[in-house]
Write a protein that binds this ligand. Structure first.
Ligand SMILES: Nc1nc2c(ncn2[C@@H]2O[C@H](COP(=O)(O)OP(=O)(O)OP(=O)(O)O)[C@@H](O)[C@H]2O)c(=O)[nH]1
Ligand SMILES: [Mg+2]
Length: 316
């Protein structure tokens, strides 16, 4: 990861700009007082990066499709996600602001998860990145389903397939649809089954807004006890770095190749299409020991020399 831009206005440099070329006065010296040549700027780095958008919510609602996640968000906030009696109504995460007294938090409704989502079943797991940053997960269960407890296990397995950290987030377990008589009738039995697992679920009716205010308070409570996740490490900053001074001379098929960051960069920035530019280049390469190295490698005047993209004849 290059950087994590979690606050408005944050920025990161991902590529280095090229070096600026030296102007003509840089080339001036006692015996060469009025240089007419100047270097071109070096091309900047090019990088391809992938940008990942993550919504930032405090609490995320997870659950099977159709359990009432969107209905719950509607019941707790001014957000208006679509609600319908078939699975996969919600295709994209929706955020809402929940007010609890003088405090508020952001609640995210996401698409439903099903068994095998990590293998792409249903809508997959990709949207879970939007709740990766939530500090609390609300696990919503449909009390009218045959076995809400095993539904919960299915969803938790999918969560851990996506991210161990997300699976370990504190969960507020909520059983929905208690307005239905068959659900109301089994509240005691369900509660017992959960307690045996060490869980204390809250029973609500999202549709009728029963138990909703208590649930909002509970969420706010758990949120305030959950310290904000450790901030991500400082993103690496891209800084200009000095060019390496080492160079090598290699014999190649049709002559010689000079390799080395400083030498090649300097050559590529020189106006070698001009006689004066070529002279200056060789003068500088002489000072850096390149000409001597070419001589040692067996180069003779007129030999073909390559420095990066530059091709020249060696004046000897
Ligand atoms: N009786 C009853 N029905 C509910 C309640 N909450 C939601 N429903 C119904 O359950 C169905 C699904 O509700 P949604 O809120 O769309 O469920 P969801 O979990 O967002 O579904 P997906 O977006 O498909 O994952 C709808 O027909 C709702 O009217 C409730 O508290 N009681
Ligand atoms: Mg929905």
């Amino acid at each position: 990861m290059l950087a994590d831009l979690a606050e408005a206005g944050e920025s990161v440099a991902v590529a280095r700009g090229g070096l600026g070329g030296r102007g003509n006065t840089w080339f001036a010296r006692a015996e060469y007082r009025a240089p007419r040549i100047a270097q071109r700027g070096q091309a900047g780095e090019e990088v391809e990066i992938q940008l990942d958008l993550k919504l930032l919510a405090d609490v995320g609602i997870v659950g099977l499709p159709n359990v009432g996640k969107s209905t719950l968000l509607r019941g707790m906030s001014a957000a208006r996600p679509r609600v319908a009696e078939y699975p996969f109504t919600t295709l994209e995460p929706v955020l809402g602001v929940v007010d609890v007294g003088f405090e508020s938090f952001v609640l995210a409704d996401i698409p439903g998860l099903i068994e095998g989502a990590h293998k792409g079943a249903g809508l997959g797991l990709d949207f879970l990145r939007h709740i990766e940053r939530t500090r609390v997960v609300v696990h919503l269960l449909d009390g009218a389903r045959p076995d809400p407890l095993s539904d919960m296990e299915v969803v938790n397995r999918e969560l851990s397939e996506y991210s161990a950290a997300l699976a370990e987030r504190p969960q507020v377990v909520v059983v929905n649809k208690v307005d239905l008589t068959e659900v109301e009738a089994r509240v005691g039995e369900l509660e017992e089954a959960f307690v045996r697992k060490g869980l204390v679920p809250q029973f609500v009716s999202a549709a009728e807004r029963r138990g909703i205010d208590e649930l909002a308070r509970r969420m706010a409570e758990v949120l305030s006890t959950e310290r904000r996740e450790a901030p991500p490490e400082e993103p690496p900053v891209v800084r200009p770095r000095p060019l390496g001074r080492r160079f090598d001379v290699r014999r190649v098929e049709d002559g010689f190749r000079v390799e080395g960051e400083r030498v090649v960069t300097f050559a590529e920035m020189m106006p070698v299409e001009l006689e004066e530019g070529r002279q200056e280049l060789w003068w500088r390469l002489g000072r850096w020991g390149v000409s001597a190295a070419l001589r040692r490698a067996g180069a003779k005047a007129g030999d073909h020399i390559r420095l990066g993209k530059v091709e020249l004849e060696w004046p000897g």
